[in-house]
Design a protein around this ligand. Sequence first.
Ligand code: FAD
Length: 320
Amino acid sequence: MAIDNIWVFAQVSNGGPTTASLELVTKARSLGGSVAVWVAGDGSTVAGALGAYGATKVYGVDYGSNLAGSAVASAMKSVIDAGDSPDLVMFPQSYEGRDVMSRLSVKLDRTVITNNTDIAVTGDSVTVTTPIFGGNTLVSTTFTGGAPYLAAFRPKSFAPESAGSAAATVQAVGVPDLGATGTAKVIAVHVEETTGPKLDEADIVVSGGRGLGESAKYELVEQLAKVLKGAPGASRAIVDAGWVPYSYQVGQTGKVVKPSVYIAAGISGATQHMVGMKGSKNIIAINKDKEAPIFGIADLGIVGDVHKVLPKLIEALQGR
Ligand SMILES: Cc1cc2nc3c(=O)[nH]c(=O)nc-3n(C[C@H](O)[C@H](O)[C@H](O)COP(=O)(O)OP(=O)(O)OC[C@H]3O[C@@H](n4cnc5c(N)ncnc54)[C@H](O)[C@@H]3O)c2cc1C
């Protein structure tokens, strides 16, 4: 047996597959075999975008405004029962991805390994890499017990790369009777208003921490992010303090970012923050304490007061 038939669950947002989904399709393609992608909704709307990244087939599970997790997992199970069983199913580590994978795991009585950052296939053996202890140790786990193997991946684990292929074929899959689990409905979707690039997709991220001193000073972070055409981010300390919404948080319990430039202003560099940004290409830290742990991973360290450094930086960049 080889890993010939790979499924990816893709999330669709604003009419297109999310970047995290395209990362998985790209990786799946590199493992060899065929790649079929599952979406909640009308598969034909994303067949072109997913095909370009190497998907040959899109399974669409259109379940109206009902919560998709139960419907997609049941539809997957019905296709497997009908004889089209995948060797591997890859999920993005997102709310929707987690909902589908946990339900499928129970239906198939298969383990799901979550929180991975890499995957390797050798013959019929599949090994995933999972960071533990805040990313300080990497664990390699090889699936046993027979396919399908179920694995979920953190965003930014792979780079999305178009293969320039043709649109995928589309198959609409009906939803079996879900009983009580089918009745949950999505009644509202709140999309956070943002100007500028999204935090987890921006090429430049400027994050602020408790060293800013007070909520009003976060404006300096926003100004610098704006002038650099980047996205503003935050440490958990100032999210917990209510200065900025949770969607700004970078770190273990927030977003993972990998921009070209990450500027940390008044952030100490706790392990839980660093696991969310240490993959950035260039890290610039501004902190008044020269012993702050953030300097341990910074490419450029500025020992200074954020209230002096940030305004000067903004002024210099605006003057260009
Ligand atoms: C389970 C768990 C999950 C967590 N998840 C996350 C997460 O996802 N993201 C996250 O960020 N944290 C997370 N944390 C919290 C984390 O441990 C730290 O408490 C947090 O990151 C600290 O935020 P901070 O660096 O802004 O604040 P502090 O640690 O208080 O650091 C403030 C820094 O600002 C500097 N400073 C002070 N004044 C100035 C000034 N005027 N100019 C320049 N520098 C100045 C200080 O020297 C200090 O280094 C988590 C914790 C736990 C237990």
